[in-house]
Design a protein around this ligand. Structure first.
Ligand code: FEO
Length: 171
């Protein structure tokens, strides 16, 4: 069982995770348009990962006897600039999501909602990984700068990202 407030806040987070998926799909399309198919693939895999973040939270709300309220998803930008700008934006977005997850955890602790604390711990750990993955790409991007050969090498590396393993879902 979750409180009314927790239900509202988890539904808000479902919307933010949907936005994340939407934004990464838009980034994937953009990267394809500018000829960076490896970057596009990485973003497509990120879209799939975010979709799982959505359904995991959706299942939790339902499993706790709560009501899912799916809201309109904000339109993401269509243009993202250079590869460096794309990944800087990605890092800022993931840092924002981390802050949102921490706010949810603060609420679960305040409400002594132990089940939601345990549930959210998965997202806390996931966000550490998400930020680290982006930082691992930003580092070589900074190193190569505008060098086209270097960018193509990074593009080839990003093309190797494997599809995320599916999470168990209820339905
Ligand atoms: Fe679901 Fe990338 O945060």
């Amino acid at each position: 069982m979750i409180s009314e407030k927790m239900q509202v806040e988890l539904n808000e987070q479902v919307n933010k995770e949907f936005y994340s998926a939407y934004m990464y799909l838009a980034m994937s399309a953009y990267c394809n348009t500018i000829g960076l198919t490896g970057f596009a693939h990485w973003m497509r895999m990120q879209y799939e990962e975010e979709s799982m973040h959505v359904t995991k939270m959706y299942d939790y709300i339902l499993g706790q006897g709560g009501a899912v309220h799916l809201k309109a998803i904000e339109e993401p930008p269509q243009e993202y600039g250079t590869p460096m700008e794309i990944f800087k934006m990605t890092l800022e977005h993931e840092q924002f999501i981390t802050r949102m997850i921490h706010k949810l955890m603060d609420l679960a602790i305040k409400e002594k909602d132990y089940a939601t604390q345990t549930f959210l711990q998965w997202y806390v750990t996931e966000q550490v990984e998400e930020e680290a993955n982006v930082n691992d790409i930003l580092a070589p991007l900074k190193m190569v700068g505008d060098d086209k050969g270097g960018l193509m090498m990074i593009d080839q590396q990003l093309a190797k990202r494997v599809k995320p393993a599916p999470l168990p879902t209820k339905n």
